[in-house]
Design a protein around this ligand. Sequence first.
Ligand code: C2O
Ligand code: CU
Ligand code: CU
Length: 506
Amino acid sequence: MNRSVPRRPRAVFVSLSVITAAVIGTVSVLSGCGSFSGGGVVSTVGTVPFDQRVAIPPLAPSIVTDRGERVFDLEAQAGTHSFSAAGDAPTWGFSQDYLGPTLVAERGETVRMNVRNSLPEATSVHWHGMHLPAKMDGGPHQEIPESSTWSPTWTIDQPAATLWYHPHLHGSTEDHVTRGLAGMFVLRDAVEDALPLPREYGVDDIPLVVQDVRLGDDGELRTNVRGFSGLLGDQIAVNGTVGAYLPVATETVRLRLLNASPARVYRFGMSDDRTLAVIATDGGLLAAPHTTASVQLSPGERAEVVVSMVPGESVVLRSFPPDLGLAGGAGASNGGSDTFDVLELRASTTLRPSEAIPDMLAPIERLGPATVERDFVFNGTTINSESMDMGRVDEVVTLGSTEEWVVRNGQSQPHSFHIHDVQFQVRSVDGVPPGPELAGWKDTIYLRPEVEYRLAMKFTDYSDPDVPYMYHCHLLWHEDRGMMGQFVVVRQGQRAGSAPGDVHEH
Ligand code: C2O
Ligand code: CU
Ligand code: CU
């Protein structure tokens, strides 16, 4: 298991950009800016027409069996989708042409997902943010071959939250997600239900799947511009719509922001700098709302924000240049100087009253002291100098333990940390307790260069010596290139199995 891995040369990004250039050179249509470094500063402020009503992903239908299981059917399929008026793009989606329906389940329910793969190749579906058994997790070991169905089942037992689902096949994640395979997974519970928060789906509780895209003159997706961080688009699609507006008919509106982009970091705020109330982060509600002018999300992160509106006004949800903590040109070449108009919120001339956001939301019980500490350094496309190996278990965790993972980005380039199965609490950022934006449950966090993040997590309920969970950089290009490791959770005294690479659950 601890066999050594043959090392690939580390100068991977230099050689890749040369290869990319060579490949692109043979493609006849090359639209827009042909930069391979992502170096140009992008601003779409004032140029977005906001002429399409934003699409709201349908709620996924489900049935409840007599055994009390809530069953969803999802089909990964190919289709065509128009992002803008320019034309149709070949895309993939779940049970539709692009993106997927919103799944909703209650804490305590047992769900079963029948995921049919009708794509021309294998994929997988991972339930990002979900606490569940490893073989239900949908990571690279739960491959769904073409023309087959995978039916994981588990019981929802975690707080109300905005989670999401997307493919996770090793080496294909970026490709499958950017073709359109992504959707939201909303969890509800009694605590959230009891609060006076906007929760009418598509009315005052709005899912926003935010992606940056680059479209050719023919309306098709282009994937030819990369920064170190990966693919960077020059326009924003919200729920698959470029230049979208959202009609608002209530005094407050709750936006569930999901950064489903492969590489881009956003800093969401409003065009007139009005404040937002952040009520939830990745794993659920904060203890109290956090009032701020902006909220920064790296790929995979979510936030729920409540925006107040006055009758008849329009205001734009904007992404301001994010603070990537990068020196020199590294910021600009990874989107750190870019500004995007994301979505226009248009209030009706009369608005239905909304209740005030409560001062207290959900209590967050602090995790106890850690008994194990582990160190992780992210560099290039490696973690602790190792590249992902499906046959190697990197960490063995004992069921029931609370651990502290000490995570650091060792270079002046963007990286992030995401872990499966658990939500973590940020204990400290460079030795200091985190600000309110990192005070709640998290499963994904941006890693500023040379900053030490201490993340506390408790591994409960599920152990399996044979099937690993993943932790990785959620910049999808990095993940695909091997910036990922595997851990198994075992019972006290149990040994990790020997060949997780051979385990396939269909
Ligand atoms: Cu959203 Cu391991 O991924
Ligand atoms: Cu995940
Ligand atoms: Cu990375």
